[in-house]
Design a protein around this ligand. Structure first.
Ligand code: FAD
Length: 404
């Protein structure tokens, strides 16, 4: 069986590694001329770490990442609302990791080239459309250097080509643009002194007005600082969505005033933002869950199948789970179409549930309640939230951290 994976992102590369481990012949194409380490921080939940460990990558991952030990919520004045352990500290078998997305992609790419051969990934090649004939698929691929197209014969075509998936558009030509919820996210990394445990993720404020998420991407350097990934979420008028492009730069001036006097758990947020060289901006978008991913010998995986709000550490994690399930289903099947149907029934319902749970954002509702009830801060969180309201934060994470 020959599989063509469109997209060499986190999901596509993991799919290539797991298909190869299952003895399946696999090639990848990616539209990018070169796979450069783009993006900022991304988080992997314990089940995704376990999946990468199953591919023999845990040691490499651990060397590049921080094992997140806790998640702590604050109001915008630095008063603590809620704290909960994560990863190994929460009793999971594998750590939760914070890692630079570009480093994770580079690690996966190196493993693909090492195991499948240097030519397994063809960059600068873009999926355009497909031709299906008598049980086979021909993918029409364009070489972006000279814009010539060729047809690539394959038994299975996997669309792992992200939010603006061309494979998804081929299957759902009328779908249209992603949906935006009115929140814009500015992101960046900068050096700062370690805060809390040195492996803590903090969330402060409310995304109804302004919220900050920050976590370290490595342990302390010789100068005692750590690279801190930050995400500023700010509610803005719907007229200002901006393109959903992960590489689009943003303006610090648009958000700095919101965070000027914020000092959270020893982290000077204003200084962190000011020290950031490149600020990226992205709208909080997703797409409605699909009723079907697999059509004959074509299927979708990762963000192409179930793009979700990038909260709750699930975008990359769910793509990795898809990749493992796809290889398991194709290894077992006699007919590739049956394999793709089995893959979809293993994954679609639970991934779609995470898309909807992320939309619901129960933890953000709780943070908003705090901002509304205690606009000038508080001394005891019990005076602001009931036990049930506090419990809703953990319940929300449980729903968005689905392990299957
Ligand atoms: C450049 C970039 C930066 C990102 N930065 C962050 C970040 O900082 N934080 C975060 O949480 N998430 C980030 N993401 C998204 C995150 O990687 C995904 O949400 C998650 O990992 C799921 O991965 P995926 O493999 O499904 O999709 P992606 O990681 O988006 O990968 C999709 C791949 O498909 C390729 N592609 C697209 N269209 C075509 C086509 N027609 N033909 C061939 N190839 C195609 C793209 O070049 C890309 O390499 C980023 C994605 C990209 C592409």
């Amino acid at each position: 069986m020959r599989v063509l994976v469109v997209g060499a992102g986190i999901g596509g590369l993991t799919a290539a590694l797991s298909l190869h481990a299952a003895g399946i012949d696999v090639r990848l194409v990616d539209r990018a001329d070169e796979l450069r380490p783009l993006g900022v921080g991304i988080n992997l939940l314990p089940h995704a770490t376990g999946a990468l460990a199953g591919l023999g990558l845990h040691e490499h991952l651990a060397a590049q990442a921080v094992a997140t030990s806790e998640l702590v919520h604050f109001d915008r004045f630095g008063n603590e609302i809620w704290r909960e352990p994560r990863g190994l500290a929460a009793g999971h078998d594998w750590p939760q990791y914070s890692v630079h997305r570009g480093r994770l992609q580079a690690l996966l790419l190196a493993a693909v080239r090492d195991r499948l051969g240097a030519g397994a990934v063809r960059t600068g090649h873009r999926f355009v459309t497909a031709v299906e004939e008598s049980g086979r698929v021909r993918a029409v691929i364009q070489d972006r250097r000279d814009e010539t197209t060729t047809e690539w014969d394959t038994d299975v075509l996997v669309g792992a080509d992200g939010l603006h998936s061309a494979v998804r558009s081929y299957l759902y030509p009328k779908e249209g643009a992603p949906r935006w919820n009115g929140i814009r996210m500015w992101r960046g990394t900068a050096a700062a002194p370690p805060f809390l445990t040195g492996s803590s993720m903090l969330m402060a404020g409310s995304n109804h007005t302004a919220k900050m998420v920050a976590y370290p991407l490595a342990t302390a350097a010789d100068d005692g600082t750590v690279p801190v990934n930050w995400v500023a979420e700010v509610q803005t008028p719907h007229s200002a969505q901006g393109a959903a492009d992960w590489t689009r730069t943003g303006r610090l001036a648009d958000i700095a005033p919101h965070y000027r006097d914020w000092h959270i758990a020893g982290l000077d947020i204003g200084a962190l933002l000011a020290a950031t060289e490149t600020v990226l901006e992205y709208p909080m978008v997703d797409r409605d869950p699909l009723p079907r991913w697999s059509f004959g010998r074509i299927t979708l995986l990762g963000d192409a199948a179930h793009p979700m709000y990038p909260i709750g550490s699930n975008g990359g994690s769910q793509a990795i789970l898809d990749a493992i399930a796809l290889a398991a289903a194709l290894r077992e099947c006699a007919d590739p179409a049956d394999g793709l149907a089995a893959y979809e029934s293993a994954r679609r319902e639970s991934a779609n549930a995470v898309v909807l749970a992320n939309r619901d954002m129960p933890m953000d509702r709780t943070l908003r309640l705090v901002a509304e009830r205690a606009p000038h801060g508080f001394t005891r969180v019990e005076d602001v939230l009931s036990t049930a309201e506090l419990r809703a934060i953990t319940d929300g994470y449980r729903r968005t951290s689905a392990t299957r």
